[in-house]
Ligand binder design. Structure first.
Ligand SMILES: Nc1ncnc2c1ncn2[C@@H]1O[C@H](COP(=O)(O)OP(=O)(O)OP(=O)(O)O)[C@@H](O)[C@H]1O
Ligand SMILES: [Mg+2]
Length: 831
């Protein structure tokens, strides 16, 4: 039936022009035009075929179609240019616009600050106040001259200099960020850490040939007896990178970090700072590690180690749809055991918000970097806070000040300093620190490119220890007056391009290895392990995750539910498209859901065509939009998995469950409208069967989209795979070519393809019982009821209709479980 909709969409659709041009091009060719049409005298077979599908027969449509689509291309390009020039995307919406909530938060923050400051004063504590200028410093043993703007310098005597007893012995008594939450101070020792990665440039053949050549040369020299291995004139060949199977990124590093001590990990770009931190934190996913890592004198076990550690990664990865406070409560709740009540978690989160100065923006949405939400510096502080709320004993921070201006870096470093003050063990990599920030560190581990130590020891007041050490080497230029010692240090050791002072031509790592400092460090590391192994218990945890499985599921579900609710662009668009599509189907196929009397082939094709195209279109819409959402969340998942926050099964369950209400609403937006307008079978069973199958269809496509993201390294590849699967589904689902007509060698593909069962189930429940006879001209004059025709033509059996529902359900469960296993075991995070 021609409706105005039909005519309009046909007239503007590039697909109809393309289809028409292709079809006319084919059927106007001599191989169709030279044959007569059966039973129509004077008509060619080509024109008869075109006419029976309501296509025009005049050939100008071939070039006309091409011209129309080219015109469309130009029009859309112009439209895009105009849109880019004049339209502005949605204005950044960073904040939940509830002023009263915000005001309450500010007041709460102010009160909390007051109580915390007074508590600190009462307790005669050494904690530095967050608000600059309000606190009192208890320690007077150090020079105060450079502390007016950054009151961060350690107030205790540097343990590295004194080799004082480790604070690890001082269990529980120390004041904390939150006095209500005790933690175990941990002394970290790493001994002789070596790390190797596969060499990407390794050439196996060349390496074998080189080994053979070397052996032959050695044999020849043995027989000649002329070579002297100690001959100084003998040249060592240049290092050929293609011959080395592995690259050594860390070359036997030994060091320690104690509670209450702030250690800086520095070195030029590519020196191996992140690598060392990853190795110690157990975050490496590739390569081979040698050496020992001790926590309180005992070799670490990753399970317990990751539970007591916070790792602030260099990149700030956060779920965009959470508020700052929600992000912290989420992290805190999942990383603290159930014995810590929700109230305590909340109170602790407040304290951390205060420490990192995020109280005023705690109800702001995190947002997407560069688009909306928090600024770079606020994100950095959030990254730190998300780790701190886990109440960690050891904190690693990779470049917490990168990309921040001086003021923001100072704020962040004040927070970091506070963390160390609270008897936590803190190791921070840092680039180009200001003098104030550099001198706020107690210890320095300076790495040389290639992964060796140039210096490890206390910085000393005004970096004096470091300066003295470097200046012992003949030729080291003096630190120019007022020059930043951090910059000077990197310049003289060749860690960065010299701007003021020249690099000293010395083998710094071997200077360190030979030094008294190195010997005393090794001895002290040994002593720490010896002493703590006797006095401290081993870190033990009962399970890998702090919270039980059910709690993980409900916390994750709460997070995703909120995130979905706040993602109208994802959900509303999906629902609106569905509504529009249901109305379009309803109007274009108005009352075409049932066959006439007798039934024609076209009518049967219409009925199955509606099922095929609607399920495929809406399914693919879901698949593609799910990919975009999951792509970003997966990066967050990797970070959270690294922190052992939850079991991937809990994550997979929550991810699937949160979709359910939306998919149900989507089905409600489609099936009832389309079903009654198209007028499919008006029986309750047929209607509910259709509804359930459609619900399963959108579920399947959505989780299949998620699955494709989980099994591919990036969203681009997932999308290409999505397109490929769609193509395969369309070819083999039994509509384009029916199961009986398919070459038997491909039957397995039809049975394997999930949309086969969608079409089978929907088709057979509508047509599988119909006793209406088929048009006798189609079936050689036989009286064949529709149900039998459908059985013969499509291979559909009515008794299978509910089995199709079950088969699709099995596919859904299978894909979901496989997705979770992929998340758990398949690692695309290569570091
Ligand atoms: N998996 C790997 N395979 C090969 N080389 C690697 C691998 N991981 C790191 N590297 C190399 O090891 C060196 C140390 O890298 P790392 O990221 O630890 O340096 P960094 O000191 O943190 O540098 P930056 O200051 O740039 O962050 C670099 O030269 C890097 O290219
Ligand atoms: Mg790095």
């Amino acid at each position: 039936m021609e409706t105005p909709w039909n005519v309009f969409f046909c007239a503007v659709s590039p697909f109809s022009y393309a289809m028409r041009a292709l079809v006319i091009n084919e059927f106007s060719s001599p191989r169709w035009q030279d044959l007569p049409a059966p039973g129509v005298p004077g008509e060619t077979l080509g024109n008869y075929a075109l006419g029976s599908f309501d296509f025009y027969t005049n050939t100008p449509w071939i070039w006309g179609g091409l011209g129309f689509n080219f015109g469309m291309y130009i029009l859309l390009t112009i439209g895009s240019i105009i849109a880019l020039a004049y339209l502005h995307p949605e204005t950044p919406r960073a904040q939940i616009p509830d002023q009263s909530q915000l005001e309450a938060a500010r007041q709460q923050g102010e009160e909390r600050r007051k109580t915390m400051n007074s508590r600190r004063m009462d307790a005669n504590s050494v904690i530095i106040p967050v608000t600059p200028g309000k606190g009192t410093r208890k320690d007077s043993s150090e020079d105060d001259s450079n502390s007016e703007d950054l009151d961060m310098k350690s107030s205790r005597t540097n343990p590295a200099l004194m080799h004082s007893p480790s604070s690890a012995l001082n269990k529980g008594g120390q004041s904390d960020i939150s006095s209500s939450l005790p933690f175990t101070p941990i002394t970290l020792v790493f001994k002789d850490i070596r790390y190797f990665v596969p060499n990407p440039r390794y050439d196996k053949k060349a390496a074998r040939a080189a080994a053979r050549a070397k052996q032959t040369q050695a044999e020849m020299e043995m027989t000649k007896g002329s070579s002297d291995p100690t001959d100084p004139k003998a040249k060592t060949p240049p290092l050929d990178m293609t011959l080395m199977e592995e690259l050594q990124l860390l070359k036997g590093l030994t060091g320690y970090a104690e509670p209450g001590v702030l250690t800086a990990l520095m070195g030029g770009s590519g020196a191996g700072k992140t690598t060392l931190m990853d190795v110690i934190a157990g975050r490496k996913t590739v390569g081979r590690i040698q050496g020992d890592i001790y926590a309180n004198g005992h070799l670490v076990e990753q399970r317990s180690w990751s539970r007591v550690m916070g790792y602030c990664e260099q990149f700030d990865i956060h779920s965009p749809a959470q508020t700052v406070r929600e992000a912290l409560v989420f992290s805190a709740r999942l990383r603290m055991p159930p014995s810590v009540s929700d109230e305590k978690v909340d109170a602790y989160v407040d304290e951390v918000l205060d420490i990192v100065d995020l109280m005023d923006i705690m109800y702001n949405l995190v947002g997407i970097p560069g688009t909306n939400g928090l600024s770079v510096e606020q994100r950095k502080r959030l990254t730190i806070a998300v780790e701190l709320v886990s109440n960690p004993s050891v904190v690693f921070m990779d470049e917490p000040t990168s990309g921040l201006d001086a003021r923001a870096a100072t704020t962040v470093m004040r927070a970091v300093r506070n963390v160390a003050r609270n008897n936590r063990t803190v190791i921070v990599t840092i680039h180009q620190p200001s003098i104030e920030i550099f001198e706020a560190f107690d210890m320095l581990l300076l790495l040389q490119r290639g992964g060796s130590i140039t210096y490890f020891g206390a910085l000393g007041s005004h970096s004096q220890n470091l300066i003295d050490y470097l200046c012992q080497i003949p030729g080291t230029p003096e630190l120019p007056n007022g020059y930043n010692p951090a910059t000077w240090m990197l310049e003289v050791t060749g860690g960065s391009m010299a701007t003021v002072v020249k690099a000293v031509n010395a083998d710094w790592p071997s200077v360190y290895r030979e030094s008294e400092l190195c010997k005393s460090n090794l001895a002290y590391a040994h002593e720490l392990v010896e002493r703590d192994s006797k006095q401290c218990p081993k870190l033990e945890v009962q399970s890998q995750y702090a919270m039980p499985f059910r709690a993980q599921m409900s916390i994750l579900l709460r997070k995703f539910t909120l995130a979905y609710w706040r993602s109208p662009s994802y959900n509303m668009v999906r629902l609106l498209v569905t509504l529009l599509v249901s109305i379009l189907y309803g109007t274009t196929y108005y009352k075409k859901g049932q066959v006439g009397y007798p039934a024609t082939l076209g009518e049967i094709q219409n009925v199955i065509g509606i099922m095929f195209s609607s399920s495929n279109f809406l399914g693919m819409t879901n698949l593609m939009s799910a990919m975009a959402v999951i792509g970003y969340e997966r990066v967050v998942f990797y970070r959270e998995r690294g922190a052992s926050m939850y079991d991937p099964f809990a994550y997979g369950y929550a991810m699937a469950m949160v979709e359910m209400p939306y998919l149900l609403v989507q089905s409600l937006c489609f099936v009832p409208i389309m079903y009654w307008m198209v007028l499919f079978l008006p029986t309750p069973e047929a209607f509910f069967h259709y509804f359930i199958m459609f619900f399963e269809t959108v579920c399947f496509y959505t989780i299949f989209g998620q699955f494709l993201v989980y099994i591919t390294p990036n969203a681009g590849i997932a999308q290409v795979l999505g397109g490929l699967f769609n193509y395969l589904f369309n070819i083999f689902n039994g509509f384009v070519i029916t199961y009986p007509a398919m070459p038997s060698g491909w039957h397995w593909m039809n049975r394997f393809s999930p949309p086969t069962w969608i079409l089978y189930g929907l088709g057979v429940s509508q047509l599988g019982q119909s006793e209406v006879p088929m048009d006798p001209t189609l079936v050689d004059g036989q009286v064949l009821p529709v149900w039998q025709y459908v059985q013969q033509q499509f291979g559909y059996d009515y008794s299978m209709r509910w089995w199709c529902v079950l088969i699709l359900l099995a596919y859904i469960l299978f894909v979901r479980v496989t997705s979770i296993l992929a998340l758990k075991y398949w690692n695309f995070l290569r570091r």
